[in-house]
Design a binder for this molecule. Structure first.
Ligand SMILES: Cc1ncc(C[n+]2csc(CCOP(=O)(O)OP(=O)(O)O)c2C)c(N)n1
Ligand SMILES: [Mg+2]
Length: 656
């Protein structure tokens, strides 16, 4: 065989992908076949990685935003020595394999982000590029580019159609994320056929309008041209780059090339045979790869190994010359850094008056930022309302990348994806923020935080009808139930300062799950005995004097105060009840059965839940549920609680 090894190696990706999808009888061959040359060129000749140390901090990041093309990524990980064996490839899409249908973060070594919901990868890539730019500004010194890597994201027509890519890339252009490089697998086909049925704009012009350098590769088979475009993209130090690469869906497979049927179904045995013939592939047997392919990939991997070694020696010199920076680096990469929060006096300083939990959170965040230097995040244009601004920490911008306050603009969905990207990058403790009702715009990416098991923190304020005059568009109803239904996601609705501090403690000490803090706009009194109990999700805030209480009130957030008032009135009437504060139902569920029974003894059946939100879900804990069963209304908040019957009197009536 005299073929150029590059071509053979590109075709190896195609053959392996086609065979795996055929064996699984399920999957998406079109993208791996069409984008194989671009992906190969990027990985072989540009991507700075060390497969032997997949988590090396200064590696380039690669995200396959079109997650349906997962076999492309698995083929790359297989050939580039990430330990993904041929048996795993043979087990594509099977139970317990390392090759699930769409790439899953933490499941498969080398997968930088879970992708599948189209466009999400675009947002996460922007987050990674922001993290790189910020950390470079913090750590780099002259002659010491400690943080210096690119973020590459590959997406197709679907990713470009999704609104999230508009949001995220508009911000990327604004921020001048010059180390972000978008590769557009432009094949004009999606599931229903030619994209011109629904999508005719000039995507490249759009990116130009965002502030990107735009490049075109007219022939997606031409790896030299692709390489040149990538080099040009890297050379632009002012703007992010967008490379449109004209490809053919299912390239190489004569009967399928350029047709929508190449997108999402196995090619079929006959077509795979034709693919082999057409590519001049030397071996007939499925999954058989010529030795020279592996030999060439091994060479490429060997060339890559020096990069981390060089970085390590640079980092060692840097650490010697700037020991204080080395210390800071270690702090930035210390997962346990938030354990100390309760040791800080200020953290425990409870106000002596009623304060909105959003304001408690704002104060707490400004204590945290003095303890945790890598606390980073912002809001979707609402920080004066969500109280998430970190004083004196500067604003992250193109000109001031060292700033810690992000301005996401009015872009909630991208904000959440970017938040995930910031966390995935590593080195930062990340929060994002908006009004709770707009968590609906955030939710798909919050779902990805939970699925990936990463600790993105969501600060969601204006938590109920307590918003008042803004009316039902701004009053959350079903959002608590919705987020509680999300697996591996912790929703806190604290009742006062001490519970808000506990919620932040939980959020910042979490390593494998996201947290939401759902906070009030209106002032709430401080409760005696509240606080660390919240770290168990639910706890006895105020007990009955009787061994077996006459009843239990379970309340969250702003309703804890009226629960306490109701308890006092009931006591006067001779009914002695327990008040359970339940700021985080998800966390309460994690506790031992013994603990849960001790808080909610089975024999006490006279129970009422009270929460100014949908009652959905509360019947599990209490037979009577006070809450919302309709949308709210526009009026002063106090009146609304009366109108919707979320009152002390209603609680008293329910229990006596
Ligand atoms: C948010 C979202 N909507 C819908 C889908 C279902 N889906 C998967 S791939 C696809 C079409 C994507 O077209 P394109 O990006 O052009 O991929 P290609 O066919 O070129 O591989 C759709 C609609 C999805 N994965 N995510
Ligand atoms: Mg397409």
């Amino acid at each position: 065989m005299n073929e150029h090894p590059d071509k053979l190696c590109v075709n190896a990706i195609r053959i392996l992908s086609a065979d795996a999808i055929q064996k699984a009888n399920s999957g998406h061959p079109g993208l791996p076949l069409g984008a194989a040359p671009a992906a190969y060129e990027l990985w072989a000749h540009h991507l700075k990685i060390n497969p032997a140390d997949p988590n090396w901090a200064d590696r380039d990041r690669f995200i396959l935003s079109g997650g349906h093309g997962s076999m492309l990524l698995y083929s790359l990980l297989h050939f580039f020595g990430y330990g993904l064996t041929i048996d795993e490839i043979r087990n594509f899409r099977q139970l317990n394999s390392l090759t699930p249908g769409h790439p899953e973060y933490r499941h498969t070594v080398g997968v930088e982000a879970t992708t599948g919901p189209l466009g999400a990868g675009m947002g996460m890539a922007v987050g990674m590029a922001i993290a790189e730019k910020h950390l470079a500004a913090i750590f780099n010194k002259e002659d010491y580019p400690i943080v210096d890597h690119y973020t590459y994201v590959l997406g197709g027509d679907g990713c470009m159609m999704e609104g999230i890519s508009y949001e995220a890339m508009s911000l990327a252009g604004t921020l001048g994320l010059s180390k972000l490089i978008v590769l557009y697998d432009s094949n004009n086909i999606s599931i229903e056929g030619n994209t011109n049925i629904a999508f005719r704009e000039n995507v490249s012009d759009r990116f130009k309008a965002f502030g990107f350098q735009t490049l075109l590769v007219e022939d997606g088979e031409d790896i030299e041209a692709i390489g040149k475009a990538i080099a040009e993209a890297k050379a632009d130090t002012e703007r992010p780059s967008f490379i449109e690469i004209k490809t053919k869906l299912g390239a190489g497979c004569p009967a399928k090339e350029g047709t929508a049927s190449a997108h999402g179904e196995p090619l079929g045995e006959d077509n795979i045979k034709a693919l082999r013939e057409n590519l001049g592939w030397p071996l007939e047997e499925s999954f058989a790869i010529p030795d020279e392919v592996y030999a060439h990939y091994d060479e490429l991997v060997n060339e890559k190994l020096t990069a981390e070694k060089e970085w390590e020696s640079l980092f060692e010199k840097y650490s010697n010359e700037f020991p204080e920076m080395k210390k800071l680096w270690d702090e930035y990469h210390d997962e346990d850094i938030a354990e100390k929060l309760y040791d800080i006096d200020e953290y425990n300083r409870i106000p002596d008056k009623a304060v909105a939990t959003r304001s408690c959170s704002g104060e707490i965040m400004n204590i945290i930022k003095d303890q945790i230097p890598n606390f980073f995040g912002g809001s979707a244009d609402l920080s004066p309302s969500t109280k998430t601004y970190l004083n004196d920490m500067g604003d992250f911008s193109k000109e001031t990348p060292e700033g810690s306050n992000m301005h996401f603009g009015v872009r909630e969905l991208a904000m959440a994806a970017i938040g995930n990207g910031l966390v995935l990058h590593g080195g930062l403790k990340v929060f994002v923020s908006t009004f709770f009702v707009f968590s609906d715009y955030v939710k798909p990416m919050a779902r990805l935080s939970a699925l990936m098991g990463i600790p993105t923190t969501y600060v969601l304020t204006h938590d109920s009808i307590g918003v008042g005059e803004d009316g039902p568009t701004h009053q959350p109803i079903e959002q608590l139930a919705q987020l509680r239904a999300l697996p591996n996601f912790y929703v806190f609705r604290p009742c006062d300062y001490a519970e808000t501090a506990a919620a932040w403690y939980h959020a910042l000490n979490s390593v494998s799950a996201p947290t939401a803090l759902v906070l009030s706009r209106q002032n709430l009194p401080q409760q005696e005995g509240s606080g660390k109990g919240a770290l168990k999700g639910g706890y006895i805030l105020s007990d009955s004097e009787k061994e077996v209480p006459d009843g239990i009130i379970i309340a969250t957030g702003s309703e804890v105060a009226i629960a306490m008032e109701a308890k006092a009135e009931l006591k006067e009437n001779g009914t002695d009840v327990r008040v359970v504060s339940m700021p985080c139902v998800d966390l309460f569920e994690d506790q031992s059965e013994d603990y849960k029974r001790s808080v909610l003894p089975e024999e006490v059946t006279n129970r009422v839940s009270v929460e100014a939100a949908s009652t959905f879900g509360w019947s599990k804990y209490a037979s009577k549920n006070i809450g919302m069963t309709s949308f709210g209304a526009s009026a002063p908040a106090g009146l609304l609680f009366e109108k919707f019957g979320i009152t002390k009197d209603a609680i008293v009536e329910a229990l006596q």
